[in-house]
Ligand binder design. Structure first.
Ligand code: AHR
Length: 495
């Protein structure tokens, strides 16, 4: 077997990997929020704290979840925040709408509950505001309610509802997918609306960071052209990226397997292209970050449209999560690290039960998906400094592309390297070369006999990390063996 050599460039740091690149997304959609993180209505049967499932709370604390976006998604442009404050029994019951689903939403999970949940799991909150069916005043009021320290009527109302101190929510989305479910705007009309909202929001709280809805290249270029010299009103431009070309969720072929991984890898090019558009529109000053607001796998079983759609009925947006999906997430994260100078936040969609969830629940059962474990293996990179990795390939994929890829970072005297062997059925032998690294090495591997392996309520640990042997092979050199379709993290540290 040919060796692959990975050279970790400790001498050429890229930038800090902001914790915001490891964000998640919780929408009032299917069983993500209600019956996922929130089980207020099943208090007697499922252990909970303040209405939130205790097992989910613990799992998300451990992951970690540095940032959480809420309440949508498409739901956000129907959501009126006043419905979700005050005594729970007095809150209105509304038509909850997102992605073609309609449910009765009793608004038990509102602003205070969500922000309490974020505080418990250590997540920075990101509130997605309603532009589609709201008004600038309504969104300004939500911002004031959350963030003012003055005893205004809204500030006092917040205090009366239990939060004396301002929440200080930094991240505010101005609409969601405004080109589609958020109002079917054209780019120029949305841009003018955005400028109006952002002008007002800036005055309420100049420290709030505002996220404008981006889309594809043409939309982004036109949006920025209309915004013109008012780019000081935009902190982040959002894009969404779902991978939809990987065939069936579990019974995929080898060709499907590679197609999904290729789509995941292409996410980096979308980020780079978006960065170029921003640079061109702003004279190279790059004052606007890219917010990859929603990303992940969207399998045909949970869509009624698009290539190979095979929707289950009723559509619940719940899908299987295989080891392949975990590898796809890891491939995307490699790109996020390489682009961490321009990519300012990213949210995996969605956090519990829906789409590429990290946690699944079913009545009393809760289990972690392979994607959870993939993210957990990336925890050492959060907040660390990204390092380039040069790859001298030994092993190759059937199309000749490199089989092994990696990302690395440094923090507090530790160097962490996460490696992927993308090959469907061939192992890889890897030499890690890292000149000034400490000698102690610890490895963890996410593997299974098949990339189609999943975790279920009955077999929650079918895919779970195991220890990986890391052999020291002379000064600054380590040797590891990676089975096919695997992900591993090696930490080099002082003790
Ligand atoms: O994540 C599911 C949906 O996908 C979101 O509501 C929407 O923003 C996107 O189209």
């Amino acid at each position: 077997m040919a060796h692959t050599t990975l050279l970790i460039r400790t001498d050429a740091p890229i930038a800090r990997i902001t914790p915001r690149l490891y964000g998640h997304f919780a929408e009032h959609l299917g069983r993500c929020c209600y019956d996922g993180i929130w089980v207020g209505s099943q208090r007697d049967t499922i252990p909970q704290q303040n209405g939130f499932r205790s097992d989910v709370l613990a799992a998300l604390c451990a992951l970690p979840v540095p940032m959480l976006r809420w309440p949508g998604g498409c739901y956000a442009d129907h959501y009126h925040w006043r419905d979700g404050i005050g005594p729970p029994d007095e809150r209105p019951r509304r038509l909850g709408m997102s992605c073609g689903l309609q449910v009765e939403d009793d608004n038990r999970l509102g602003t205070h509950e969500f922000l309490w949940f974020c505080a418990q799991i250590g997540a920075e909150p990101y509130l997605a505001g309603n532009l589609g069916s709201g008004t600038p005043q309504e969104l300004c009021d939500w911002l004031e309610y959350c963030n003012t320290s003055l005893p205004t009527t809204l500030g006092q109302l917040r205090a009366a509802n239990g939060a004396q101190a301002a929440f200080g929510v930094k991240l505010w989305g101005v609409g969601n997918e405004s080109w589609g479910c958020g109002g079917n705007y054209d780019a120029a009309t949305y841009a003018r609306e955005y400028v109006r909202y952002a002008t007002m929001l800036r005055r309420v709280d100049p420290a709030a960071e505002l996220i404008a809805c981006g889309y594809e290249d043409d939309w982004n270029a036109e949006l920025l052209a209309v915004i013109g010299n008012r780019t000081h009103l935009v902190d982040h431009l959002s894009i969404h990226r779902y991978w939809v070309n990987g065939g069936p969720e579990i019974t995929f072929s080898e060709a499907d397997y590679y197609a999904l991984l290729a789509e995941a890898a292409a996410t980096e090019y979308v980020v780079r292209r978006t960065a170029e558009i921003i640079r061109d529109a702003t004279g190279g000053k790059q004052p606007i970050g890219i917010a990859l607001d929603e990303w992940g796998v969207w399998h045909p079983e949970v869509r009624e449209w698009g290539p190979g759609a095979a929707a289950r009925t009723p559509v619940t947006y719940e899908q299987a999560n295989t080891l392949r999906d975990a590898l796809a997430a890891a491939i995307a994260l490699e790109g996020f690290h390489r682009q961490c100078q321009v990519l300012t936040l990213a949210n995996l969609a969605q956090v519990v039960n829906v789409l590429q969830a990290v946690v699944m629940t079913e009545a009393q059962h809760m289990w972690l998906t392979p994607t959870y474990h993939a993210l957990r293996l990336h925890a050492p990179h959060i907040g660390a400094t990204a390092l380039p990795v040069l790859v001298e390939q030994g092993s190759r994929l059937p199309d000749g592309a490199p089989a092994v890829s990696a990302t690395a970072s440094r923090a507090d005297g530790q160097i962490a390297i996460t490696l992927i062997n993308r090959h469907f059925n061939q192992p890889a032998s890897v030499r890690l070369v890292c000149a000034d690294a400490p000698r102690q090495a610890y490895g963890q591997l996410l593997t299974a006999d098949s990339p189609r392996a999943v975790n279920t309520a009955e077999q929650p640990d079918a895919v779970a990390p195991v220890d990986l042997a890391v052999y020291h092979d002379g000064a600054g050199v380590w040797q590891i063996e990676l089975p096919p379709h695997t992900l591993a993290t090696v930490r080099l540290q002082s003790s």
